[in-house]
Design a protein around this ligand. Structure first.
Ligand code: CTP
Length: 420
């Protein structure tokens, strides 16, 4: 079994009208072997070569075919498909589909999805050598490449039509290897990230506790994205129902005090601290040794503040690049910026929760989220998307801000040593 380097990745595979359409079957097989979830969109032309049923069976999901199919649009329309994907791969891509893409046509479902999406687009062309060499095709390729589209192949060799030359689809092994590479940008290579995630539980007695609804999904997605970006990741996790991502070192904790102790123990190994945990702000002053009995009509719980772990890390380990999270019900920017300042951290990712949030993103257990990220002198918005996708964007941003931060620290050190 090959290493599942695409586990948790969602690949939208576009198949267009080329004799090489049948080779997409092998691409699907290899993508799935590598752990990817695959959904297939076929153009009209593709269906002349292979039936959707083949790809449905191989991908394990219904094939998407029509732009204006009421039923399909209700289930997963082009916008949802665009949001769903982490990468779009078109293999094979015909000369006609290159024209459609280069000119922003939305006549086919596949082209509309590409227009609506901002994830990487990879294209494996497949056509007759004269069609590939034609200036019109080459102009389309140039336009698309300029816009950041990744071309995989074509290969040269014997073609289905009997010609020999450049234009045939490159082998599926190479295609899947390139897709895997897309997810392993080395932006954090050599660095260690410490991530906290999930809720904490503050015991009242041996059987009861105070906690919150945090699912841990965002923190786990960040841990995974950081691994993809080449970092070593230590995940200090409260109780959640999530699997440990591949290659992540996970330390389980229950209470905020446990989390604080685990973070203190691990923090010296990390250059970057990402605090996604919903740490309980308070804990019961007295934890009863025996189960509390329901004798009284009214009882009072006395609570005391827990350590703010994030603020503690920044105060005691000043060199650590610290990223916090803020969930607010209103006035997002002001509250988030206040926390950035108060805790003296480098970056804060904030989202709205409760009635102010969009329907899909404002719940703890949601797979979707949207984030506003603030730092001193700057901000950016990460639009509504899957937590996996947002985590990748956030990790890329962290990597970028971290390297600028390092340059600044170095410059400051130089200035200090010059002064001395
Ligand atoms: N945090 C922490 N330790 C705590 C509390 C919070 O590390 N004891 C971290 C969270 O992981 C998150 C950020 O601090 O990154 C959240 O800031 P905080 O001010 O605690 O947010 P809220 O608890 O939402 O604050 P408030 O209730 O005042 O809005």
């Amino acid at each position: 079994m090959p290493m599942q380097r695409l586990s948790n990745k969602r690949v939208l595979l576009g198949v267009t009208g080329s004799i090489a359409a049948y080779k997409a079957a092998d691409v699907i097989r290899r993508l799935r072997e590598a752990g990817a979830e695959v959904r297939v969109v076929m153009t009209e032309g593709a269906k002349a070569f292979v039936t959707p049923l083949t790809f449905q069976a191989l991908s394990g999901s219904p094939v998407h075919e029509n732009l204006l199919d009421k039923e399909a649009e209700a289930a997963m329309g082009h916008i949802e498909l665009a949001r769903w994907a982490d990468v779009i791969l078109i293999a094979p891509a015909s000369a006609n589909s290159l024209t459609g893409l280069a000119h922003g046509r939305a006549d086919e479902l596949l082209h509309a999805v590409c227009l609506a999406s901002d994830v990487p687009l990879a294209i494996a062309p497949a056509m007759n050598k004269h069609m590939w060499a034609d200036p019109a095709t080459q102009e389309n390729v140039r336009l698309l490449a300029q816009r950041g589209v990744i071309f995989i192949g074509p290969d040269s060799g014997e073609q289905a039509c009997g010609d020999v030359g450049e234009g045939r689809m490159i082998d599926s092994e190479t295609i899947v290897a390139r897709i895997t590479e897309l997810f392993s940008v080395g932006s954090l290579s050599g660095l260690t990230l410490l991530v906290t995630a999930g809720p904490t539980r503050e015991a009242l007695d041996p059987v009861r506790y105070l906690s919150n609804h945090s699912s841990g999904k965002m923190g786990y997605a960040i841990a995974e994205a950081a691994i993809e970006a080449g970092a070593k990741v230590i995940l200090v996790s409260g109780p959640v129902a999530l699997e440990t991502p591949d290659r992540v070192t996970r330390i389980n904790v229950e209470s905020a005090a446990d989390m604080e102790a685990a973070v203190k123990e691990q923090i010296t190994a990390a250059e970057i601290f990402v605090s996604t945990a919903a740490v309980a702000d308070y804990r019961p002053v007295n934890v009863q040794q025996e189960k509390i009995k329901k004798k009284e009509n009214r009882i009072t719980l006395e609570l005391e503040k827990n350590t703010d772990i994030l603020a503690m890390v920044k105060a005691d380990y000043a060199k650590t690049f610290c990223v916090g999270f803020a969930a607010e019900t209103q006035d997002l920017e002001n509250y988030a910026r206040a926390k950035l300042k108060q805790k003296n951290i480098e970056m804060i990712a904030a989202n709205l929760v409760g009635s102010a949030a969009t329907k899909t993103s404002g719940t703890f257990n949601s797979d979707l989220n949207e984030l506003n990220v603030y730092w001193q002198g700057g901000e950016t918005k990460l639009e509504l998307g899957s937590k996996t996708k947002l985590a990748r964007q956030l990790v890329a941003l962290i990597a970028q801000r971290f390297s600028l931060h390092e340059i600044n620290v170095q410059n400051e050190n130089n200035v200090i040593s010059l002064k001395q």
